[in-house]
Structures are given as C-alpha cells and as structure tokens.
Write a protein that binds this ligand. Structure first.
Ligand SMILES: O=c1[nH]c(=O)c2[nH]c(=O)[nH]c2[nH]1
Length: 310
C-alpha cells in the first residue's frame, strides 16, 4: 500500500532553563521548562533521509539557553515569541514553530519586596522557596506506656542562587567535576524530627507551634549558611532546630542535591559567569542524595535511617 506523510513536527522537549538575574545583591529567578516543536518543508527528511532542511533538535536546545543569556527572560510569553520568530524567520525550511513553556514559581524566603511569612522581615536577597506548600507529615506510636511522636515535612524545595561553593574534595582518576566557587544550591527537603515528649499530658508541646518553629529554623539556617557543601548546610539546619527547640531531640534529613549546571555558551561567544547572572540547566537525574541525622548530645538515635524516603 502506498503511504504518504501526514502531520509532523520535531524539536527538543523539556529544556530546563534557569536564568538568574543579579541586581546588585538581589537576585531574581526565571525557571522554565521549554519545549520546541518545528514543522515545515521536511518531507525529504522523512521520505529520503536528506537532512538538508533539518535544523537539529540539539540546535533548538542551544538556542533556548543562548537566548536566555543574550536577551534575558522578561516573561515566558516574550521569550517564547522571540524564539518562535527566530526559528521561522531564520530558516527557510521552518514554517511554523510552537514553543510551549511551563514556568515554576519561586518566592523569596523573606524580605521587603517578597513576603515575610517564612522567617520574618529580614532582607533576603538570594534565597527562594518553590511555590506550593510542603506536605506536613506525622507518625505517632504508642506501646501502652509511652508515645513516640515524629513530625516532619516533605517536598520543601529551596534554592540559594549564591553563597554556595564546592571544592577541596577528593580527586581520583574518575573525577571530572570542576571546583565551583559560586554555584546554585537547591534541594527538596524531606525531614523527620523526634519530640522528647512521651506521655505527660500536662507537658504536652503545642504541636502546631513546634512545627512552625522547626520549619522556620530550617529555613533560617538555609538562608544564613554560607555553604561549602549540602552536608554542611544540613548540619546547620539540624543544629539550629535542636538548639532552639527544647522539645526536639533528633532530626533526620534526606536532601536531593538538585543540580543546576551552568550551560557552556562559549561556542556562541557568550560568557556565562555566575557573577553576571547565569543561565543554568536544571538536571533532574541523577542527583546527589545527602542524608544525615542531627542529635542532641547524649541522646540515642531513634529515627529509622530510611524513614525520610517514605
Ligand atoms: O554539596 C555537595 N556535596 C557533595 O558531596 C557533592 N558531590 C558532588 O558531586 N557535588 C556535591 N555537592
């Protein structure tokens, strides 16, 4: 049976483009998932394997990142219009471009131009929390005598767009990672903490206040720690909770390192230095997974090691 080619389109889907803009010490984020679909005079590509009219999907990806750096991202619409026009107007074989964009929203963790609901009204310039609240979790166990109350949260996604470095690590023959003196630190926190209350009705903590305060201290430490590793940041967050909340004796974190790699744009004559506000590629996997328990000194650890992955 003879066949003919019907509707067809192609392009790179789900380019995770993160643009940081630096306005002095105050940073702004645009975090997009950009999918390109091109169509046009592409019959020969399908019928004969001639790629003469084919703009590679790899090029469409590079263009997404390069445009973010060269022209910035004022809005998803403005950026999408610019890209769509570019593909059609610069390539005779491309007659139609569809750019689909999802935008992920981030809120400043505190500060005058953002909101102060997370940690108070201090000026916070480069620390953000992904919009959409975390999930609060609790587990209560009772053996007829004593209770064990664990509280926690999952999916609290936070980002520092500066004040994070990673260097001085082991280098062996498989090491390719470059030392970084100004990187993005982003993670989606899962954490459980254990209350030392066991059964005294008179001395039961206010669970609501305890939760709010623990979360506040975690965010505070995230904002204030100049980080040399995610491990160090976790320790600071845990210590701050234990030191400020006498009802909590132990806290365990599971923290995926949500890598943001600076895109190499040198082939297009573009510098992409962190200090100027860079464009990053947000990788979803693999990811570093950093886990740690922080305890009040002298206390036995009781939170199961794999609890935070549930
Ligand atoms: O904060 C980090 N801790 C690591 O252990 C690690 N390993 C790595 O490749 N990057 C990072 N970042």
């Amino acid at each position: 049976m003879p066949t003919i080619l019907g509707q067809n389109q192609y392009g790179k889907a789900e380019n995770r483009v993160v643009k940081i803009t630096r306005d002095g010490d105050t940073h702004h984020i645009k975090d997009l998932n950009v999918s390109v679909a091109l169509s046009g005079d592409l019959d020969d590509v399908h019928y004969n394997g001639s790629n003469a009219n084919c703009l590679p999907t790899d090029t469409t990806k590079n263009t997404c990142f390069a445009f973010a750096k060269e022209y910035g991202i004022e809005s998803a619409e403005q950026y999408g219009i610019h890209l769509a026009r570019h593909f059609v107007d610069s390539q005779p074989s491309i007659h139609r471009a569809r750019i689909r964009i999802e935008e992920y929203s981030w809120e400043r963790i505190g500060g005058s131009d953002g909101n102060s609901k997370f940690i108070g009204a201090d000026e916070v310039k480069h620390s953000f929390v992904r919009k959409g609240q975390e999930t609060r979790v609790a587990q209560i166990t009772y053996d007829g005598e004593n209770f064990e109350v664990l509280s926690g949260l999952k999916d609290l996604t936070v980002m520092n767009s500066t004040n994070s470095e990673f260097w001085g690590y082991i280098k062996d023959k498989y090491t390719t990672l470059q030392e970084d003196y100004d990187r993005i630190l982003a993670t989606s926190l899962s954490t459980w903490w254990r209350h030392n209350w066991t059964n005294d009705e008179q001395r039961m903590p206010s669970w609501e206040r305890s939760y709010e305060q623990a979360k506040k201290h975690i965010l505070h430490a995230f904002v204030e720690t100049y980080s040399l590793s995610l491990q160090q940041t976790l320790y600071q967050m845990g210590s701050r909770v234990i030191n400020n909340r006498s009802e909590i004796d132990e806290i365990r974190f599971s923290a995926p390192n949500k890598h943001h790699f600076r895109q190499d744009l040198s082939a297009f004559g573009l510098d992409n230095e962190a200090k100027d506000g860079a464009v990053y590629y947000a990788a979803d996997r693999p990811y570093g997974l950093i886990e740690a328990t922080i305890l009040r000194d002298g206390v036995e650890p009781k939170i199961p090691v794999d609890m935070t992955n549930l």
